[in-house]
Design a protein around this ligand. Structure first.
Ligand code: ARG
Length: 618
């Protein structure tokens, strides 16, 4: 039998079946399968130990009983008992080969992974800037981490709804609409042309104008407030202006999203929930959760050290809705309309109090109304810091525009690529730099544990050395240059020659390496099982792609996948230094080319899962 994509789950199922036969399952035996330290094997099951201790049995004897039931795994694994009762599993070379033969395209990898969350629907709430303003560096992490999480969830079989919960209904709209109308009166053509060239800059300028005017003149302030009241009452003209501002803003945001590989399924901003909050007040009051306090409607959480005195304010004392009311309405809508199983909120960790109160309130409210609360999770993240370890700003202390940041990334990557390959045509260097620059920013963000702050350092992130996008993108192209050699080296005469350096690879004209599904199938058919230590280690690492994906998905932490890809690239380098690929023996050559091919495949699939674009040549 061929091993399934996720070997650890297969072991888990086998161990559970064995435990059931021994009558241990109903007494609560858990296999506890983990990826093992490579020195000991590929996987280990620790469950016998804890179980035996609890049941006052000899753990080693119990583990042995379990192992005795696992006879049919012996074809694929070497099973050994270690220490006081760990079961170690080492994949046999033939099993490694079988897995490599089976998973030969990104689609195949995906269909292997898809059973994990098949049938689930997830909504991912990410990016969510405020309209009528440019996105700045503070908006980077939610967009980048959110997109990676969408792709990980979809890869493991979930239906994913990408939701941009934009802020589109704030009090600033009164002033903005006032200034917008003034500008339209004094020169509609000039306004439209400013909006056509730099819409968000123009909205920012108008808002400032309105704000200053309102500060200086109480009559303007009153007029602006009147505009807001009209908007909220549904005045047709103001609604149209507001809608126009939102449309233009979203189109401008899309230019950034395009660079980051993001396309939202829905944009249900805060305003969407405006007519849905009355029902929330009613339900929370009826089920006894909310109470009036100083004119506001609030929810206390008596069991919580802080929220017993610091309530969740769901309706302000002036009767207006707020962030809490719209977010409560959002949960209900996601439950009723999208019927989600899970919702991931990719929001700055500084909002953790809001989300904790939101989730606590929703838990109690859903329980009291006999609804099943979907899995809700705050995917929090730290701040992007400058080299001075303070939040990253421009020299004048302004927020750095995301657009400017991505432009600079591409420019710096262009310098890197040009230094490496000055002889390549400029258009080609530009095209490569566009991918490397943006990918470097994405990867620098994703490769950190998202809970921590990180220091934004151009020289470290746009580099061919270290755990960077450029290093991994280059690793992908390096495998391609081996295929080019394989295609030209009929007799293996060029065997063992070094893969192209980045400059040589870039300078070569012509099509990318001619690797078709046919080549891959031919190598898979001719290949014998891995034999050398380097082949075996690389194959073992490839099989663990499934574990890295699973860990990153279950924890909603993409950095686990980054670490894995970096280690895989390292394992590949070791293999390439140790073993010649283009040798005469057709079986050896085929199995080494197969390892090269699958390395490139897994690296590519992994980078795509993170939201990065990859290159054929660099
Ligand atoms: N617009 C909000 C902000 O800028 C983020 C919204 C996040 N999503 C949510 N459902 N609260 O902080």
């Amino acid at each position: 039998m061929r091993l399934p994509f996720h070997v650890a789950s297969h072991l888990d199922a086998s161990l559970r079946a064995a435990a059931a036969k021994l009558g241990l399952a109903e007494r609560g035996f858990q296999p506890e399968v983990r990826v093992a330290d490579p020195a000991h094997g590929d996987f280990q099951a620790n469950g016998a130990l804890a179980f035996a201790k609890r049941e006052k049995q000899n753990p080693r004897a119990l583990a042995q009983q379990v192992v005795d039931q696992l006879g049919d795994l012996a074809g694929d694994f070497d099973l050994t008992l270690a220490g006081p009762g760990f079961i170690n599993f080492r994949l046999r070379p033939a099993a490694l080969l079988g897995w490599l033969q089976e998973y030969d395209t990104e689609e195949r990898l995906q269909s292997g992974a898809a059973s994990a969350r098949a049938g689930q629907t997830w909504i991912v709430d990410y990016s969510a800037p405020n309209t009528a303003k440019q996105m700045h560096v503070g908006h980077l992490r939610s967009a980048v981490i959110g997109e990676a999480i969408c792709r990980l969830l979809a890869f493991s079989g979930a239906r994913v709804i990408r939701d941009n919960h934009i802020g589109d209904w704030g009090t600033q709209f009164g002033k903005l609409i006032w200034a917008y109308k003034q500008a339209a009166l004094s020169g509609a053509a000039a306004l439209q042309s400013a909006l056509a060239t730099a819409p968000l800059e123009e909205f920012e300028r108008l808002y400032k104008l309105g704000n200053h005017a309102a500060d200086a003149d109480p009559a303007v302030l009153a007029a602006a407030q009147q505009e807001l009241v009209k908007l909220q009452r549904g005045d047709a003209e103001n609604l149209a202006v507001w809608q126009h501002i939102n449309d233009v803003s979203l189109a401008a945001f899309q230019q950034i999203y395009d660079q980051l590989g993001i396309k939202f399924d829905v944009t249900l901003g805060e305003s969407f929930y405006n007519d849905k909050v009355d029902r929330i007040y009613r339900e929370l009051t009826d089920c006894g959760l909310a109470e009036e306090s100083k004119g506001a409607l609030v929810v206390f959480h008596p069991e919580h050290p802080r929220f017993q005195t610091q309530p969740f304010i769901v309706r302000k004392s002036d009767g207006a809705s707020n962030y809490a009311s719209t977010d409560l309405a959002t949960i209900l809508y996601r439950y009723e309309h999208f019927k989600v199983d899970g919702a991931a909120y990719v929001i700055d960790s500084r909002q953790s109090d809001h989300l904790e109160q939101l989730f606590l309130t929703a838990e109690k409210w859903f329980a009291k109304t006999n609804r099943k609360l979907p899995h809700v999770e705050h995917v929090g993240f730290g701040t992007v810091l400058g080299e001075n370890h303070k939040p990253l700003k421009t020299r004048d202390g302004e927020n750095i525009r995301l657009k400017a940041l991505l432009d600079e990334a591409r420019e710096r990557a262009f310098a890197l690529v040009s230094a490496k390959s000055p002889e390549a045509p400029e258009a080609e260097r530009r095209a490569i730099a566009d991918v490397v620059g943006v990918a470097s920013v994405q990867y620098a963000d994703l490769s950190q544990n998202r809970s921590s702050d990180y220091v934004f350092a151009w020289d470290k992130m746009i580099s061919l050395e270290g755990n960077t996008a450029a290093y991994l993108l280059y690793a992908v192209t390096r495998v391609g240059s081996i295929f080019r050699k394989a295609a030209t080296a009929g007799s293996g005469a060029e065997s063992g020659s070094k893969p192209d350096s980045p400059s040589v690879a870039l300078a070569k004209e012509g099509a990318p390496p001619p690797i078709s599904g046919e080549d891959s199938a031919r190598w898979a058919a001719l290949a014998t099982a891995p034999e050398s230590a380097a082949e075996i280690n690389l194959a073992r690492k490839l099989v663990k792609f499934a574990d890295a994906v699973q860990l990153a998905t279950n924890t909603l932490r993409p950095h686990y996948l980054c670490t894995y890809l970096y280690e895989l690239a390292g394992e590949f380098s070791t293999f390439y230094a140790a073993d010649k690929v283009i040798v005469d023996d057709p079986a050896v050559r085929a199995r080494r080319l197969l390892l090269c091919h699958r390395t490139r495949l897994v690296l590519t699939a992994g980078l795509h899962l993170l939201g990065l674009r990859t290159l054929e040549r660099m």
